[in-house]
Design a protein around this ligand. Structure first.
Ligand code: T4K
Length: 375
């Protein structure tokens, strides 16, 4: 007989609950979510464009002021569906200073990643550098809005239009962020958001493709569901990237508290600003950006970061090295010969600190005093 182990007896869960971790999910209203789970079970509509998926799409369409939202199983698949739509294979310009998923999506679809270095100040691609990398084989630019900061969408759009290449934003970190008062979500040809457990609004897993282009939205709707246009007709070769109802219900429940979660993250960010030793520099946001503050990232002096992460862990605080190493240094990409000095230097020094619902200013004061004791 199979032995059923209760989740709380799982050693990983026990280890993690004893730690203050980066990425602990925000769950603002467990009762409301459980009520929706009952509803899903009673409805017997578990997946495939169900009522909660539609509600999620409509809520995010309003929140982001974007006409089309297509919910998918995760952001990685969202990026793959967009890249699959490109009429020819070619070079895609993107940063190496990102989560590996962005680059894997490019490679898995048969395109060639062309890595662009990033700025020391915020880890974003500089449009001036992007311009130097555009060539005859470029098919798309794929900027990543890391940590809740926003790449310059106007300058990038100008470049993409001048060179007739597509512009897709990896906005996995920027749900609810505004740039010059305008919600991120309608820039470029399309954007992709993540609803992974560790994201500030989570659906356990999940992703959103947003676009102002009706044709892209139509194709994404088909592409997430095997290419079906109706019960019997399949128009293209496609995969299964559907979001289930339970995932959508979790995301909808959390979205009802979006302002509250941003306020919590902002309060935490301000507390880090107050207590963090001055030797570390917090990645900041310009006045043009209203962030969701979902990642609190500090840049350490050279040679400090790895020891500090270990010291924090010894004190039951699990900080993360997002993003280390640069993707161009990971095994599948290491032979491509890219030299990205800022990405390399930054990835050796960044440290991502715990935030979200389970963190408050007393905890942050403690985290900062542990950091101070190491320095
Ligand atoms: N583009 C960018 C720029 C991204 O950052 C990401 C994902 C993507 C694209 C792709 O999005 P998705 O396809 O995932 O929708 C995590 C996440 O898995 C990943 O979604 C995220 N970025 C990345 C920055 O972080 P890991 O491998 O570090 O995650 P993991 O599972 O080790 O979780 C991190 C910590 O969070 C754990 O140490 C403990 C805590 N945790 C995690 C989970 C899953 C919990 O407390 N509870 C949980 O349920 O990549």
């Amino acid at each position: 007989m199979i032995s059923l182990t209760k989740p709380t007896e799982d050693s990983r869960v026990q280890e993690l609950s004893a730690l203050l971790t980066v990425g602990r999910p925000n769950i603002l209203d467990k009762a409301a979510f459980l009520q929706r789970v009952e509803q899903i079970i009673d409805n017997k509509w578990l997946s495939n464009d169900g009522p909660f998926v539609r509600q999620l799409e409509s809520l995010t369409s309003k929140l982001l002021d974007v006409p089309y939202v297509v919910a998918v199983a995760n952001a990685t698949l969202g990026l793959e569906l967009l890249l699959e739509m490109l009429p020819e294979k070619g070079e895609v310009i993107l940063p190496s200073f990102t989560f590996v998923a962005t680059v894997h999506a490019v490679m898995r679809l048969g395109h060639k990643p062309v890595f662009c270095d990033v700025r020391e100040s915020d880890g974003l691609m500089d449009p001036k550098l992007v311009e130097t990398l555009i060539g005859p084989d470029t098919v798309a630019i794929l900027p990543v809005n890391v940590y809740g900061n926003v790449c310059d969408p106007e300058a990038l759009q100008k470049l993409a239009s001048e060179h007739s290449v597509k512009l897709f934003f990896d906005s996995a970190h920027t749900l609810g962020v505004k740039h010059n008062g305008r919600p991120v979500g309608k820039f470029g040809d399309a954007e992709v958001f993540s609803l992974h457990a560790t994201k500030f609004i989570n659906g356990f897993e999940g992703g959103l493709i947003t676009t102002c282009n009706e044709e892209i939205a139509r194709r994404m709707g088909q592409a997430r569901n095997f290419g079906f246009v109706n019960y019997d007709q399949v128009d293209c070769i496609a995969t299964n990237a559907k979001l289930s109802e339970i995932h959508a219900a979790m995301a909808v429940t959390n979205l009802e508290h979006v302002d509250e979660i941003i306020a919590i993250n902002r309060r935490n960010y301000e507390a880090y600003k107050k207590y963090l030793p001055k030797a570390l520099r917090l990645i900041d946001f310009p006045s043009t950006t209203e962030s969701n503050y979902q990642y609190v990232v500090a840049v350490c002096p050279e040679g400090v970061r790895d020891g500090l992460v270990e010291h924090l862990k010894a004190n039951k605080i699990l900080a993360r090295k997002y993003f280390y190493p640069g993707v161009h240094r990971m095994k599948p990409y290491a032979d491509m010969g890219f030299d990205l000095p800022v990405t390399e230097s930054l990835s050796e020094r960044v440290i991502c600190l715990p935030t979200g619902q389970d963190v408050d200013s007393t905890i942050i004061e403690h985290v900062c005093s542990v950091i101070n004791s190491y320095l």
